[in-house]
Design a protein around this ligand. Structure first.
Ligand code: SF4
Length: 480
């Protein structure tokens, strides 16, 4: 018996904790006892798992998840991974949103008499995955099961499920499977570790998990690609749906991913430095026009630190930390209710008065989404004596909802939705708001095919599906 895979998954989840703080879970499959083992609960990774719990998770394959609810609720019922007994025995986790969840759910109920037990789109994915693996044929046995079964099922998933999703699954007695939506909206990276001639594979939303576990980052899973690693460790992969219109989420580089990660081999830290250089050039234009006169450049901790350093370099101004973050308070943006967010902002930042008092501050933040954090921080800085605040944002205005797994589904909740930079400056109480523009972002990221729908409304999938999903989800949330 070995819990080595579960222990690796646990460490990987610790490295990915910033991606979701609502809940965590790990599922393993043990080929000897032919049993799944699972632990999952609400809370942070370190509080969900104890040594004792990990030791019960036997098997050489494991999948894990940290939850940030963008579909379903934030209660116990909707925590991932999820498992189905038939066919084979399937376990699954995913990152993203299936936009046609509500119509797929209805089809499952009407055509297959499936009664869903959760409000999580993953449950629908797992049912369809099982259905496509069976393919209306006699079920392949463990011996007749081949990669063709996986490829055919993945191709059908890509035709059926609309949205942004990166999926990991276990198939009892067969192996581990991974696939990524045909536009590559949500990230998924592949790594390998070789010890004594034996290869171990790792798939994760971010490369930071691989670095942490000693895996070598090989590449990102291609959009429309499916990967299968059988119980003997044999690796097979194929792109089963080609879509030339890739749309990698730009917000991963802006905010979501850890600075230590790379996406499509573009290092997040390096990209954020470039955001800062370009934002610095825009701030210089405003300084030369006499619109602002900053004494210092200051980050909103933590994500914006990297960009603020290069803004300061570009402007030859001192970089100063005027706000210190309490690390034990959850990231305010990804908390799921406004009251939780307000509370988190209150708790999470403490001022260094000597660095604020009497200063004209160029404050750098990664994005303005709801405006909650920005407004609170500006008033904190003013309360502690800032002479003037200018806001530099390493992203264009977020004006439109995201349907693909970042939780800003309703444009009314986006503070920049109906406001110019000048109106926003007035609302937030700052001298000026300076945004990065779309072209600057593309250049800095170095990936031409990006999703920027929350900025430019050019959605990579049909807007009607997204709007329907968003509306239904809001109704479900309102109903509790
Ligand atoms: S809409 Fe914005 S946040 Fe959502 S996937 Fe596209 S770029 Fe990312």
């Amino acid at each position: 018996m070995s819990c080595a895979a579960a222990y690796e998954a646990y460490k990987g989840l610790l490295a990915l904790q910033h991606r979701g703080q609502d809940a965590a879970g790990i599922l393993t499959y043990d080929s000897k006892s032919r049993m799944f083992a699972m632990e999952k609960d609400l809370g942070l990774v370190a509080s969900v798992f104890s040594q004792e719990k990990i030791e019960k998770l036997n098997g050489f394959m494991a999948i894990g998840h940290t939850r940030y609810a963008t579909a379903g609720g934030d209660g116990k019922r909707d925590i991932q991974p999820m498992v189905e007994g038939i066919p084979f025995g399937l376990g699954m986790v995913h990152n993203g949103n299936a936009l046609n969840y509500y119509s797929l759910k209805q089809e499952l109920s009407e055509n297959f008499r499936h009664q869903l037990l959760t409000a999580n789109d993953l449950e629908v994915l797992i049912h369809y995955w099982g259905h496509f693996l069976m393919n209306g044929q006699p079920l392949p046995t463990e011996k007749t099961f081949t990669f063709d079964n996986i490829k055919n099922a993945a191709a059908k998933m890509f035709e059926t499920v609309i949205g942004g999703y990166a999926v990991l699954g276990l198939i009892a007695g067969q192996g581990l499977v991974a696939f990524r939506d045909p536009k590559g909206i949500r990230p998924l990276a592949l790594g390998v570790k070789e010890e004594n001639g034996v290869k171990t594979w790792c798939l994760a939303s971010e490369t930071i998990a691989m670095t942490y576990l000693g895996y070598q980052y090989l590449r990102d899973v291609e959009p429309g690609e499916v990967i299968f690693i059988d119980t003997k460790g044999n690796f097979q992969s194929a792109v089963v749906k080609k879509d030339n219109e890739r749309a990698h989420c730009m917000f991963e580089w802006v905010y979501f991913s850890g600075a230590e990660s790379a996406i499509d081999h573009q290092p997040v830290y390096g990209v954020r430095l470039k955001f800062g250089e370009r934002l610095g050039a825009k701030a210089r234009t405003a300084i030369e026009a006499g619109e602002i006169r900053p004494d210092v450049v200051m980050p909103v901790p933590d994500t914006s630190r990297t960009a603020a350093i290069s803004v300061a370099d570009a402007l030859k101004l001192p970089y100063r930390e005027g706000l210190i973050k309490n690390r034990y308070v959850a990231r305010s943006f990804i908390l799921s209710h406004q009251d939780k967010r307000e509370h988190a902002v209150e708790l999470k930042l403490s001022p260094i008065v000597g660095e604020i008092e009497g200063k004209s501050i160029l404050l750098i933040d990664d994005s303005i989404v709801r405006g909650t954090t920005s407004k609170r921080i500006v008033s904190l800085l003013k309360k502690y004596g800032a002479k003037e605040v200018t806001l530099g944002i390493t992203c264009p205005p977020i004006r439109h909802p995201c349907f693909y797994g970042i939780d800003f589904p309703d444009s009314q909740g986006l503070v920049a939705h109906d406001k110019s930079a000048e109106e926003l400056a007035e609302l937030l109480g700052v001298k000026k708001v300076i945004y990065l523009d779309e072209e600057d972002m593309r250049q800095a990221i170095g990936v031409s095919k990006l999703c920027m729908a929350c900025v430019n409304k050019k959605y990579p999938t049909a807007v009607a599906e997204g709007e329907h999903f968003s509306k239904e989800r809001q109704k479900a949330r309102a109903a509790g």
